[in-house]
Design a protein around this ligand. Sequence first.
Ligand SMILES: [Zn+2]
Length: 307
Amino acid sequence: MLAQRTLKSLTRAVGVGLHSGQRVELTLRPALPDSGIVFRRVDLPQPVDIVISPEAVTDTRLASTISSGSAKVHTVEHLMSACAGLGIDNLVIDITAEEVPILDGSASSFVFLLQSAGIELQGAPKRFVRILKPVEVREGEGANVKWARLSPYEGYKLSFEIDFDHPAVDSTGQRVEFDMGSGAYSRDIARARTFGFTKDVEMMRANGLALGGGLDNAIVMDDYKVLNSEGLRYNDEFVKHKILDAMGDLYLLGKPLLGAYSAFRSGHAMNNKLLRELLAHPDAYEIATFDDEKNAPKGFATLARAW
Ligand SMILES: [Zn+2]
């Protein structure tokens, strides 16, 4: 059986929120089979649980925010991406403030944290959402067009194209494809950092945003170049970060996907719209499990043994 996964032991991280600049502590705890991924706001007078789902996403400006009532957690996508990359199905995430810490601006610190705690295989089959028919969302016309699509594929792969008119981005790859079957998420995707432009950062700060952002947790560019003295981690780091974000946004479905995601200039809002579009078409997907892990798509079974 290809089994569900949680952590072997609990693990902690401390950092600051990218937008709030607030200090925040995370405690990641093992969770029961079929309980999914749950954020728990432990700083509130009564702790509030927020179970991840496409409907729990209530704000997609700059980052993906999930809520339950008035309790919120901002910027969940990089931690969710690490969970997707390592195939974590069940987890309780205690959090002491309204925003997940940004750490180094990528998913690699979360990958390290999850791997250090160890991955436990559980006594229940891993449940995938298998795409049976293409589902697409699209906005704008001509030069403003953007779209995102899920299509049938017995595995999980993502392709993304960005179209940034900026000298520092133009000179790098603007399109990338990543297949989970490569087993290379941690090496090829997880280290890609979030990025921003100094002129936007000034405007965001004036509006009380990006207060925790800086050169140690983002790629920052002026009108011409990358300002980080260490340069880029990958020559196509920008578009790889968009793949990282998309993996995190799509993991809010609550189950891993079997399918191919492709997107042009998509973002948090459109990724969430795509999940809602999928759920609105029950004939476009089915739940899949693998009694024999040998029948699971390349990557999933091999990774199960290696972990
Ligand atoms: Zn991001």
